[in-house]
Design a protein around this ligand. Sequence first.
Ligand SMILES: [Zn+2]
Length: 119
Amino acid sequence: MSSKCNLCGRETALGAPQTWTGTDGERIEIRMPRDPSALIETPEGDLEICFDCYPARVEQRFAGDLLAEIHYQFGLDCLMREQRGLAEQCLRRAIAIRRSDAYLDALAAARTPTMHGDG
Ligand SMILES: [Zn+2]
């Protein structure tokens, strides 16, 4: 499986394999892209954007709701990686464009301290 950024055409570099244990105890090995990335569904097809293009190239190329959605998707990806500071930045950019309940919920999640207490 390889994926490419739709803006710069570069292939997304994958990180080291990680083993996750599912809720049923099944162990699965996954490889996530090394850096945060976003996949956005548009009427013209899926749009994949790498972290090199974010936010400068993204902000040159997109505007309005689609730009907000890209900020949101990067925010979710950073949140999943426990990069909360970065997630908050992305989500604030999304909310500055459009106040959506989903964006606000994600921002609240980014600002909620985890059990590890690393904030
Ligand atoms: Zn790119």
